[in-house]
Design a protein around this ligand. Structure first.
Ligand SMILES: Nc1ncnc2c1ncn2[C@@H]1O[C@H](COP(=O)(O)OP(=O)(O)OP(=O)(O)O)[C@@H](O)[C@H]1O
Ligand SMILES: [Mg+2]
Length: 494
């Protein structure tokens, strides 16, 4: 992966179609000079969840269901999707891409349009209530057009039900598109055209891509290096209109948001180093959540956290239904473990959103990513209805986390596997990859072993405020880098 680790090492970038080469440093400067803005939601502390009906924005009407209104750039992207364009909804972390896409899906489905909701990874798919792109296409291939031609087109192995659903789908939403390669997108285009017997791009279906190319990139191996790494490198990408969301709903305006804007494009200047240095070892309260880059550190930290408590552990085994293969897949993807080991006093994270409805308004009881301490555990060793893990939230208040179910569905909505478990997980630590998409009030971040461009940015941009950030060690330009091609993409399209 080509990446630039700091501003001193920036190289020249030459544009497509014979554009005059422009130094990459100029492109970055242009990008950081138009940083994200914060929208001031009603909360006095600037925290901006959908809690208690959220904030107000007079320029854009509310939905009438007590939900927060869209920001102006969200509204523009929303209108573009509803007008039928192929779009990329993009923007920095916290600008409300996931929030907007939920609204778009509701609206399109409300209008009776056949919408397929997919994502590049299983975890992301579960987050948006959809399937992975691979299972939607019915191919399970992760390669390129050549592989597709050999294994699918010539093999004729596609199930008739898959053909039917691909033909009836009118809009395809693809979340976390930054993690799909351009080779994969070209394969997807070829597959859709073939199945639908069409010669037009994407077989005339509307494509809605969502994601930030300056967050985590596609996972590639040495043996399996794509010719086109990024989705925007795909031949099929032509005609996709980029909509950049600019108002930030996670962080308030100020130095933290400005530093994040620069770190996103791989720039860690003197002021940035000083700012991060000031957060090394910062006291953010007892037993804070730690973000690590590797699974191994996370597992060790969670086990040690539990052991440090008095009392005995209780183990809850999930209830599950479905074929062993699908269940194994579901359990790998789910943030909640199939076998959940807890103690009273343990630090946990809620893994689902829970809302209360009152008249026309929707109130949040807790959201995915909220953290707290277990104060009471259910009897029994399996999740039971009416029972709950009782959690005292760090943000105040006590909530009952009753059992929830997670499903793997095919694109027709048929359930292939179900797991029922209490929606919590130990939260002494989490990987940066698993934290993608979350909003956090506080965390200790260990960036000692960053191995991907955008990884430091993903970790740091989870935080709502700088006061909630503590760094495990010194962070320098060698840990902060952005992919060159992704920077260039934004400089040229926005
Ligand atoms: N228009 C809005 N009004 C109020 N709150 C909003 C709005 N849009 C988003 N939010 C809230 O802001 C927070 C960040 O939004 P969201 O997670 O959708 O951002 P994102 O762009 O998907 O970020 P990431 O790239 O990190 O996944 C969430 O708590 C979300 O509920
Ligand atoms: Mg998101």
């Amino acid at each position: 992966m080509k990446g630039v680790r700091n501003v001193q090492r920036m190289q020249s970038a030459s544009g497509p179609c014979g554009d005059r080469p422009q130094p990459l440093s100029d492109l970055r400067t242009a990008l950081v000079e138009t940083p994200g803005r914060n929208v001031d939601h009603a909360g006095a502390d600037g925290a901006s969840d959908v809690r208690a009906g959220g904030g107000r924005n007079d320029e854009v009407p509310e939905t009438g269901r007590g939900e927060p209104p869209l920001s102006p750039s969200q509204r523009t992207a929303y209108d573009a999707v509803l007008s039928g364009q192929d779009v990329l909804v993009t923007g920095p972390g916290g600008t409300g891409k996931s929030f907007l896409v939920e609204r778009i899906i509701d609206e399109l489905r409300g209008r009776g349009r056949a919408v397929a909701v997919t994502a590049s990874t299983g975890v992301a798919g579960l987050n948006v209530g959809g399937s992975t792109v691979h299972s939607f296409l019915g191919t399970m291939l992760t390669g390129d057009v050549v592989q597709w031609d050999r294994d699918i087109r010539c093999g004729e192995s596609l199930h008739p039900a898959v053909r039917r659903r691909l033909r009836v789908t009118k809009t395809i939403v693809v979340d976390e598109v930054s993690m799909l390669t351009g080779d994969y997108l070209d394969m997807m285009d070829a597959h859709l055209r073939w199945v639908c017997d069409s010669s037009t791009p994407w077989a005339n279906k509307q494509m809605v891509f969502v994601g930030d190319f300056l967050q985590l990139p596609p996972v590639t191996t040495h043996e399996n290096k794509p010719a086109r790494l990024w989705a925007f490198n795909a031949d099929a990408w032509h005609g996709v209109h980029t909509h950049m969301l600019v108002e930030n709903h996670r962080q308030t305006s100020g130095p933290f948001l400005d530093h994040l804007g620069r770190i996103r494009v791989g720039v860690l200047d003197g002021a940035g180093v000083e700012f991060l240095q000031g957060r090394v070892g910062a006291d953010i309260g007892d037993a804070p959540l730690k973000l690590y880059t590797t699974n191994r550190s996370v597992d060790a930290e969670n086990a040690a956290g539990l052991r440090s408590l008095g009392g005995r552990s209780k183990i809850y085994r999930c209830r599950d239904y479905g074929s062993p293969g699908r269940l194994a897949q579901l359990k790998r993807r789910c943030l909640t473990p199939a076998v959940l080991t807890l103690r009273v006093g343990a630090k946990v994270m809620l893994t689902r959103n829970k809302y209360d409805y009152e008249e026309d308004a929707r109130y949040t009881r807790f959201v995915n990513g909220d953290r707290g301490t277990v104060v009471r555990l259910p009897d029994g060793s399996r999740p039971e209805s009416g029972e709950a893990v009782v959690v005292e939230l760090d943000s105040g208040g006590t909530v009952r986390a009753e059992s929830e179910s997670w499903d793997i569905k095919n694109a027709d909505g048929d359930v292939l596997a179900t797991m029922v478990q209490y929606p919590v997980r130990l939260a002494y630590a989490l990987t940066v990859h698993k934290s993608q998409g979350m909003s956090l009030s506080s965390a200790v971040i260990d960036l000692g072993r960053t191995f991907a461009p955008g990884q430091a940015y993903v970790a740091l941009s989870r935080l709502r405020t700088a006061e909630g950030l503590s760094l495990a060690g010194k962070v320098g330009p060698e840990q902060v880098w952005a992919d060159e091609a992704a920077v260039e993409f934004y400089a040229k399209t926005t």
